[in-house]
Write a protein that binds this ligand. Structure first.
Ligand code: ADE
Length: 224
């Protein structure tokens, strides 16, 4: 999968893809992530990318031309399955969306800043609008990094069997069961006996029961 991210603050995205699982996936050529500085398409000597909003009101708006030209330069190179805009008023991101995006070949992600982007881009160019939660971040970069991480870990080969994404919370709309590691007792706090029993079927049943109970208690909205 190829992911192109358009940003006004590309440095914010230096680190999230340079470590751990995503770094390995990049090294193994399973994914490639390209960050583009919108300012390279800015207007005039000052490389302007934002302007006052029509009708008045506080806050600047990202101009249509620099973004449009940047998007078009990428569209000329390849066909994108989705052109995604990160915005707090987008559709709430969830595991189902991550699963479906993980099946795509080419994704473009636009990070918003200031008051947002000229709405004509949302009407005519953007194909999907995503929010990572009902709160406002300073820009779309951290939200984009969260989406890229959640999507990429689902691509075959990105994680090994041990860290398989299939047992993650939210697959099947269930929270994952609790996990423990050595020692079996610490401070008098014990690991549940069943996990030490070596009885695979009983362990599986216990995990399923815990999953259902935790989901009912902590996330009743997931409807199990
Ligand atoms: N940009 C600012 N806040 C955001 C959010 N909650 N989700 C996605 N993009 C954003």
């Amino acid at each position: 999968m190829r992911i192109d991210i358009i940003s006004a603050v590309p440095k914010l995205l230096d680190s999230p893809f340079s470590h751990s699982i995503l770094q390995r996936a990049v090294k193994n050529n399973i994914i490639s992530i390209h960050v583009h500085d919108i300012r390279a398409f800015g207007l005039g000597k000052s490389r302007q990318i934002d302007d006052y909003q029509y009708g008045g009101g506080a806050g600047m708006v990202m101009m249509i031309e620099p973004l449009f030209n940047c998007i078009e330069s990428l569209n000329k190179e390849r066909k994108y399955d989705e052109i995604i805009f990160m915005t707090p008023d987008g559709a709430l991101f969830d595991q189902k969306t991550a699963n479906s995006l993980s099946l795509k070949r080419n994704l473009m992600i636009i990070c918003g800043h200031y008051k947002g982007i000229d709405h004509r881009l949302r009407e005519h160019i953007i194909t999907k609008e995503i929010s990572i939660g009902s709160y406002v971040l300073s820009g779309g970069e951290i939200a984009a990094a969260a989406v890229v991480d959640a999507v990429c870990r689902l691509i075959p080969g990105v994680m090994n069997d041990e860290t398989s994404a299939l047992s993650d919370s939210f697959q099947d709309d269930l929270l994952a069961a609790p996990v423990y590691t050595r020692p079996a007792e610490f401070n008098g706090w014990k690991v549940p006996d069943v996990l030490l029993s070596g009885h695979d079927k009983k362990i599986e049943e216990w995990r399923e029961k815990e999953s259902i109970e935790r989901t009912e208690k902590l996330r009743p909205d997931l409807n199990h």
